[in-house]
Design a protein around this ligand. Structure first.
Ligand SMILES: [Zn+2]
Length: 304
């Protein structure tokens, strides 16, 4: 059996390892790319050996990393629970733009945008739609939602998207079924670079990862939306660096993607999967959401 301590000791001869948030988890500058922000994650925990660079995509396990660095590892390859690497090999597009390296250009809301106003008759259809989803008025106001009567976003509820205090983009959601596409982003907004509700949820120790903005409205203090059903490399690193624990809560039919996200996060942080049985988080009751969180499970068998 491989000795995690010994592996760590050997790797330290080559890399300047900084402790991560869990025992056996480390960060280092990646020796295989021009990374200077400690984006190489190393997990030397029993049952969970993984190495991944969130900049260049280098993947492996601590023993293969040691060999790639020119070191020797005579023991048995400690990969008795190997992370499936193909789930990590994403396109380089993900690495090209990241919020911290390339701050988003200043963005402003569309000219036609007006803050949702309960007294406004022209906003009635928007309010009716929101009421049909059962969200509290305070929540709607806290997220600064608006509505567009004209222009490219006409007939859409518009959600401003902030990151570190700055408006980086917005998303419009059609309220009529026949208005396509259902979702529309502001020009040049790279959804895979951001987590919706990051600024609010970053104060929590646990994050609940959901698909869309309406899902987040059900759990506004501690959830983020990924604008889809997969985590990009940028979003993955952001989650690992920001929170101690993650709970993946996708729509009930997205089990395969929940599994993929679990595999990406679990070597580097406490990760659980919450399963809703009836419908997506945005349409579930508080009782259903709380019950799913309470019974969220670690799915380590998914890694095999
Ligand atoms: Zn790298």
């Amino acid at each position: 059996m491989a000795d995690p301590r010994q592996l760590e000791f050997k790797l330290r001869a080559f890399l300047d390892l900084k402790d991560g948030s869990r025992i056996g988890q480390f960060w280092s500058d990646c020796p295989f790319c021009p990374d200077e922000k400690r984006r190489l994650g190393i997990s030397i925990r029993e049952q969970m050996f993984a190495v991944h660079c969130f900049h260049c995509g280098y993947s492996g396990n601590p023993a293969s990393l040691l060999r790639d660095l020119g070191g020797k590892w005579e023991g048995r390859a400690p990969v008795y629970r190997r992370i499936s690497l193909e789930t990590w090999s994403q396109s380089q597009r993900d690495f090209a733009t990241r919020p911290k390296d390339n701050p988003a250009p200043p963005c402003s809301l569309p000219r036609e945008f007006s803050q949702l106003d309960r007294r406004s008759l022209t906003h009635k259809s928007a309010w009716d739609y929101i009421n049909s989803r059962g969200h509290a008025r305070e929540t709607i106001l806290a997220f600064g939602m608006g509505y567009c009567l004209r222009g490219k976003f006409s007939g859409r509820i518009v959600f401003p998207i902030h990151y570190e205090g700055a408006l980086v983009g917005y998303q419009g959601r059609a309220i009529a079924d026949d208005l396509k596409p259902k979702y529309r982003f502001s020009d040049d907004f790279q959804a895979s670079d951001y987590l919706f509700n990051f600024d609010r949820a970053c104060h929590s120790t646990t994050v609940v990862i959901m698909e869309g903005i309406f899902d987040v409205l059900s759990l506004p203090d501690c959830s983020v939306a990924v604008f889809g059903n997969m985590l990009s490399e940028t979003q993955t690193l952001q989650v690992i660096r920001t929170w101690k624990k993650a709970i993946v809560m996708l729509d009930p039919q997205e089990k395969a993607n929940a599994r993929r996200i679990f595999r990406k996060l679990s070597p580097f942080m406490d990760t659980r999967v919450a399963v809703l049985s009836r419908t997506d988080p945005g349409a579930s009751t508080q009782k259903e959401i709380q019950a799913a969180i309470k019974s969220a499970r670690n799915k380590e068998r998914w890694i095999l």
